[in-house]
Design a protein around this ligand. Structure first.
Ligand code: SF4
Ligand code: MG
Length: 315
């Protein structure tokens, strides 16, 4: 269990001494080298918290984040630095993620300079290469973020992450702020970079439709708990968990199955006082008595697939 009480409670404006929030509770997620793992859920489900912990920006108060098989909290010196650099994050909303007072060459060149990856005379060519890689004209490197379009700013954010030569990138709603046509361009860029640079991604989105085409596997979270995980095609073809089914029902173009699922009803409850039993029961069209009292465990339902729903016990 990862108790992120204080941070989450502050975000929610609550008295930190009085509440304990398990923002991410019993989440077990392994991502294989070279794969794209989509992490999906409504806002407030804990997926950003999980992403920040994976990227080393927040520490779990319990549990472990392992990178290349090692608990990152136990790493020291060069090994700790290496792990920190090899996992980078690309944030939501590039406008607020980029310092408006810095030029693009300063934004992209900062980490390589600070970490000594490029010497003084090499930073310029380093930055130029990073910009070229994301499809930006290096001649624009002396400009400021506000002089770029939303799609270009997204590219700058990606160039900044790539500048330290990561293996693993956590994308947190990285295309959410963009128009649909620009979203597609940036998703294509992510996929091209994966091929070229042999990258692994954790791709976080509230929108199952966004992660569909880029994810090898998809993990679905609800109120801090993992509810379903499996290969992307299988999740779309035969969604098991009622919450996953509800998310699919919200995708306008969803037509991979003849089944129709009912859309999700009601608001997401507060993570401070989540419903007992299955957190999803107040919104679930299939809830029965057991759901109100007993937490469903994440169980294997097929090779490589897990789901946490009592319906899987009923036959
Ligand atoms: Fe719905 Fe019950 Fe399954 Fe939860 S455990 S998703 S409430 S049927
Ligand atoms: Mg978020």
């Amino acid at each position: 269990q990862l108790d992120l009480a204080e941070r989450t409670a502050r975000l929610l404006g609550a008295n930190v001494r009085e509440v304990t929030v398990h923002a991410v509770d019993g989440v077990d997620l392994s991502i294989r080298k070279g794969e794209v793992m989509g992490l999906v859920g409504e806002s407030g489900c804990g997926k950003s918290t999980l992403g920040r912990m994976v990227a080393g920006l927040d520490a779990p108060s319990a549990g472990q984040i392992r990178f290349r098989g090692k608990d990152v909290s136990t790493l020291k010196g060069a090994e700790a630095r290496e792990a920190a650099l090899k996992v980078q994050m690309v944030f939501q909303d590039p406008m607020s993620a980029l310092n408006p007072r810095l030029r693009v060459d300063q934004i992209v060149g900062e980490a390589p300079r600070v970490h000594g990856l490029a010497g003084r005379g090499e930073i310029d060519s380093y930055v130029e290469a990073a910009l070229q890689r994301v499809g930006l004209d290096p001649a624009m490197r002396k400009r400021y973020p506000h002089q770029f379009s939303g799609g270009q700013r997204a590219r700058i954010g990606i160039a900044r992450a790539l500048a330290v030569q990561p293996d693993f990138i956590v994308c947190d709603e990285s295309v959410a702020a963009l128009d649909v046509s620009i979203q597609a361009q940036i998703l294509n860029l992510f996929m091209d970079l994966r091929e070229e640079l042999d990258l692994t991604y954790l791709f976080i989105s509230h929108d199952l439709g966004v992660v569909e085409h880029i994810s090898d596997r998809i993990a679905i979270m609800y109120l801090g708990r993992m509810v379903e995980q499996g290969p992307s095609e299988e999740i779309f073809a035969t969604p098991n968990h009622p919450y996953t089914q509800a998310l699919l029902a919200e995708i306008p173009t969803f037509a991979t199955t003849k089944k129709t699922y009912s859309a999700i009803k009601g608001e997401i409850p507060s993570p401070i006082d989540p419903p007992p039993g299955c957190h999803f029961h107040p919104r679930c069209p299939h809830a029965f008595e057991r759901c109100r009292v007993e937490r469903p465990a994440l169980k294997a339902i097929a090779p490589g697939r897990v789901s946490a729903c009592h319906l899987n016990d009923v036959s």
